[in-house]
Ligand binder design. Sequence first.
Ligand code: NOJ
Length: 560
Amino acid sequence: MTSPQIAERTDAQTVTAGREWWRTAVIYQIYPRSFSDSSGDGIGDLPGITSRLDDLRDLGVDAIWLSPFQRSPQKDAGYDVSDYCDVDPLFGTLADFDVMLAEAHARGIRLIVDLVPNHSSDQHEWFQQALAAAPGSPERARYMFRDGKGVEGELPPNNWESIFGGPAWTRVVEADGTAGQWYLHLFDSSQPDFDWSNEEVREEFRRILRFWLDRGVDGFRVDVAHGLVKAEGLPDYTPDPEAGSMGGEEANVPYWGQDGVHEVYRDWHLLMEEYDGDRALCAEAWLPTPEKTALWVRPDEMHQAFNFSYLETAWDAAALRSVIAGSIAAYSAVGAPSTWVLSNHDVVRHASRLALTAENPQGHGIGPDSPGKPIPEVGLRRARAATTLMLALPGSAYLYQGEELGLPEVIDIPGDARQDPTWFRTHGERYGRDGCRVPIPWSTDAPAYGFSPTGQSWLPQPAEWSVLARDAQATDPESTLSLYRALIAERRARGLGAGSLEWLEGFGTDVVAFRNENITVIGNTGATAAPLPDGIVIASSGPIDGGMLPPDTTVWLAND
Ligand code: NOJ
């Protein structure tokens, strides 16, 4: 199959086609089930995405990252894959995928797809074969089956906990009806972990990579890229209860960041090199520091890694200066660009997160009984300021669908409507991630705000979202959508992604100030207004008051 051609962008100075596009790209995450529903079943789908590509072109993004759309029983919203080389009927067909890809390329938009190599669904053919086979068989050796501890093997092989809560091991019933071995699942019991020491697993994933590369995708976002290899002997480990679910703040965890994982990505790097153009791998690896994460983007491994240290940084000037400088240093030391990201489908949306007043570990989410709930106006003001800062940074930036509308986290989802396995596995102790996954609003006056023609929506949409719909924002020059469009266009026109950062001093402890190419960026995270230097304002996250920069505001000034 030939790869569809990628059109050159004629609407701005920089074209997306060409080598190493990923170094500077603005990449927009689509969470398919919540983006746009063409069939009317209340779940977004691929034809729905195709129908909205003009909106993404108008937003100005270089690429799309598509969360899982492959065949799946949807126990973890598609991160439980039962067939890696097919589209789930919920989302459409392979033919729909090909049309979507061709239409994206025709608009100069690249497409990277999610790849989930740490675990499959328990409905995957291989896992079904493993259940039917005997202990010690080649079928079981594709996953992490172990005998239990205790006299009768009645205790799990170790004390590991699932990321979603509860034990990380489930015991199976053997073919003769007796209680048998246990299998490891770092996530839900429906997501058994593969054994990456098995060459058959490695070969199968080479086949899967090729399948999508041959169809023309521009790369992969690799799920749980820090988790494939587990420490020898599977030693006990008790996680810090305050650490984020994916382990971002913890060091020396026996299932995260093991050295052996890098061999897998060196192998994939070579495979990607066999293809024309420049396909990219992006690591979802939650590690304690940018230095650690930079190991995933050494020259012979992946191309990008999400900068979760940046995402986890509070709205605080000193902390921001430190993480930005640390990230640029760590990634440039290995020749990689830094990425920047503020929201995704696993974290509280930044229009709410940046105004939380209580600790909220990643993955726990917020709901009606959470302490320290955000004041919406403060959250939105900070989110706009944070994005204005982020899009001025050199490197690549990831956006999450709906943030360009300033969408907040949805807090009041009734318990019986929640769907995240975290909610069930912790018996409601953690709300989980549904609040950032609510289907996005397109039209103020249409059913389901234009998300679905029938008005259905797999998670309930709040009434307040009618004013946030895209059509209402498109014509309002002060809207968050207009701000995003302007920032992305200026970023592209001024080559900020390929620029370099020079810190500016003397603005006070609550201000982040730097120069990139021909702009000066000033962000005020403090509670009082800060003086602004002279300069022509080319973008501002909020109103500016008589030469002063109000709290929670970022501005770009032209130097030329
Ligand atoms: C990370 C994904 O982003 C998350 O949504 C998923 O639940 C886990 N990996 C398991 O695949």
